[in-house]
Design a protein. Structure first.
Length: 243
């Protein structure tokens, strides 16, 4: 939960730091709106989509911050508060869907173990935010931004300025370039690690590389965990009685 507080405190500054003046003010306000909406929708859809109809800590710890991610591209753009709230809501919902459905499919189909949920919190909402930035760039007009127009869209001012549609297409193509670089770079990095680093004898445990307490019992609440909750409790009590 501490990560939630830190994320809420710092994410507006993450998005607003590159700007200045009114541009920075817009980024902070839009990010706060978006975070609020993603937080609300993360709680609602965590309960709706989970089989036991209860809040899941993985969803709450991560998807509540999706609003900060989804605002990464268009935080400093002149968008209505309703748009910021809507984007935050979509980001929170998409992130929960990623944790509930997409992560399991990736593990099953391509053996991708996203242990930190990076794809669900940073990947999926970022794509939503990037597409929103394309739309924001397409409808941006100089008269609405005033003196901050050049700070937000540097390529649209000067001796040979881009048109709004040209700027939008440029941002769309750079989404594709970014995805290509991320996918290819990840595959290359994974291939190098597979060749140079030996696979652990037992995955998702620390004993092979770290000193761990002798009485430590793996305690997983996730249904896919290696040790069921009841079995962990039973084993833990047996260890205590044997001392």
């Amino acid at each position: 939960i501490n990560a939630e507080y830190m994320g809420w405190l710092y994410w507006p500054s993450f998005n607003g730091a590159p700007g200045s003046g009114a541009q920075q003010h817009r980024a902070v306000v839009n990010t706060v709106y978006s975070l609020a909406a993603s937080c609300f929708c993360a709680f609602v859809f965590s309960m709706l989509l989970r089989e036991d109809k209860k809040f899941n800590m993985v969803d709450i710890q991560n998807a509540t911050l999706a609003g900060g991610v989804v605002m990464g591209t268009c935080a400093d753009m002149l968008i209505h508060p309703s748009a910021a709230l809507g984007l935050g809501a979509i980001g929170g919902i998409v992130s929960v869907i990623g944790y509930v459905f997409v992560q399991g499919l990736l593990e099953k189909i391509i053996k991708l173990n996203d242990t930190c949920g990076v794809h669900n919190l940073h990947g999926l909402p970022a794509i939503v935010g990037a597409l929103a930035g394309v739309i924001g760039a397409a409808v941006a007009e100089r008269k609405d931004y005033g003196v901050t127009f050049g700070n937000t869209f540097k390529a649209r001012v000067g001796s040979d300025p881009r048109s709004a549609s040209h700027q939008a297409w440029m941002q769309f193509f750079f989404i594709l370039i970014t995805l290509a670089m991320a996918i290819v770079g990840g595959l290359v990095c994974g291939a190098i690690c597979r060749v140079l680093l030996p696979a652990p004898k037992k995955g998702f445990t620390d004993e092979e590389y770290w000193e761990t307490p002798g009485m430590e019992v793996p305690y997983f609440f996730d249904e896919r965990g290696e040790v069921a909750r009841s079995a962990a409790n039973t084993q833990s009590m047996e260890d205590v009685k044997g001392l």
